[in-house]
Design a binder for this molecule. Structure first.
Ligand code: HH2
Length: 262
């Protein structure tokens, strides 16, 4: 799944694809690189972000979805009902729902649905997240939502641990280390770790040669400096049984995943 953020402020690529033509061009590029799904989003959900007005969100994503849907499977990355409905009209066949609350929209339209786990809302989620057992809590939340969606008639339900959504570095690592607990539910698992800040924290500064005093404290790898880390996590996730990975760098990920499969 290739990420296409039609936003001014996404943490990973904000502003690069706000112009619809640039977004469509990048979507076509990701298809050529081997993406099976292009995930189009018009609202950043980075930590601390504020909700976007639904009219504005629709204005951003609809022309891009209409242009890409004839060429590839399109998912819409939204937590807003009106946006999901309009996106389906425009050709999206999957609702990627970080709020795990829009299963009725997917059921009514007969499209796939991704339930992602998030603690709180993007505005507040990184304020000292705490769990007794992060894997057990995420698993039971997702299974409950997924079963409800199946009962409501959603034809295909995916689950996603929501790396970085109300989780600290330890929680993210624990979820990845024990991904099998989600795979064992039988629901197809999606993992999105690409370029996320826990990678930057774990990798530290790539400017290791610079005097320590000039380095940010603690050293954190920049967003554009997390390609290899993102690839490592995608490879790990697929090897652990994830059926899809949500990534910014499609070409190297497709190559890595094909090798794991071989
Ligand atoms: N992560 C982001 C957005 N949507 N959807 C799923 N299913 N899983 C994820 O892990 C996930 C997601 C955040 O990444 P990005 O789109 O790059 O940033 P932003 O929210 O700032 O647009």
């Amino acid at each position: 799944m290739g990420v296409l953020n039609v936003t001014p402020d996404s943490f990973s690529d904000g502003g690069r694809y706000l112009d619809p033509e640039a977004a469509i061009r990048h979507g076509l590029e990701m298809i050529a690189e081997g993406a099976d799904v292009v995930d189009v989003g018009g609202e950043s959900t980075r930590p601390g972000s504020r909700p976007v007005d639904a009219t504005e969100e629709r204005r951003r994503v609809l022309p891009v979805i209409e242009a890409l849907a004839p060429h590839v499977r399109v998912s819409v990355d939204t937590r807003t009902r009106a946006v999901a409905e309009a996106a389906i009209e425009a050709g999206a066949t999957m609702v990627n729902d970080v709020s795990a609350s829009l299963h009725e929209v997917a059921a009514a339209a007969g499209v796939s649905w991704v339930a992602m786990h998030m603690r709180g809302t993007p505005e507040t989620m990184q304020a000292e997240p705490r769990y007794d057992d992060v894997v057990a809590e995420v698993r039971s939340f997702l299974v409950e939502r997924a079963e409800r969606a199946l009962a409501a008639g959603v034809p295909e339900v995916w689950i996603d641990p929501g790396i970085g959504f109300g989780k600290d570095t330890g929680h993210n690592l624990e979820l990845l280390a024990r991904l099998g607990a989600l795979v064992d539910t039988g629901f197809p698992v999606l993992v999105g770790a690409s370029r996320k800040s826990f990678l930057g924290r774990l990798l530290g500064s790539s400017d290791a040669g610079r005097p320590l005093a000039d380095q940010p404290t603690p050293p954190v790898a920049a967003v554009d400096d997390r390609v290899e880390g993102s690839l490592a996590v995608a490879t790990w996730a697929v090897d652990a049984g994830a059926r899809m990975v949500r990534v910014h760098e499609v070409r190297p990920t497709v190559q890595a995943v094909r090798l794991v499969a071989a």
